[in-house]
Ligand binder design. Structure first.
Ligand SMILES: [Mg+2]
Length: 125
């Protein structure tokens, strides 16, 4: 049976079968925030700060070793992505579209024939 779109909350999403789409995740987060009336705290500035705070927590996982705890890394990565998704929604941006648009721009700066296998910045290729 194909994935059933959750009507509200995250429980339906956790029980669903099949690949989860970014729209389903966005909807689950939207419903989660709405149910708790937390949108009032989600100014763009607060969400941008939260992205940075959670990114720091992700980085902390690797502070003393590259051999980080996989579960903690997964949780912190989820926190980063959660706030990115919420910020994109708050700003009326389609996250998939802006990532693909930026990828097109980056691909022009880093053409495969010059960038393959090197970490040089685009202006040093
Ligand atoms: Mg966290």
């Amino acid at each position: 049976m194909p994935f059933a779109r959750p009507s509200s909350g995250t429980a339906d999403l956790a029980d669903s079968v099949g690949p989860v789409t970014s729209e389903q995740v966005r909807r689950a987060l939207h419903d989660f925030v709405e149910e708790r009336d937390w949108g009032q705290f989600h100014s763009p500035a607060n969400l941008a700060k939260s992205v940075s705070i959670e990114a720091a927590e992700l980085l902390e996982c690797f502070q003393w070793s590259d051999d980080a705890d996989a579960e903690r890394v997964s949780e912190e990565l989820a926190d980063v992505l959660t706030y990115c998704i919420l910020l994109a929604e708050r700003l009326g941006l389609d996250l998939d579209e802006i990532v693909l648009e930026k990828l097109r721009t980056t691909a022009q700066k880093y053409p495969v024939d010059r960038a393959k296998g090197t970490s040089a910045k685009y202006d040093a290729l």
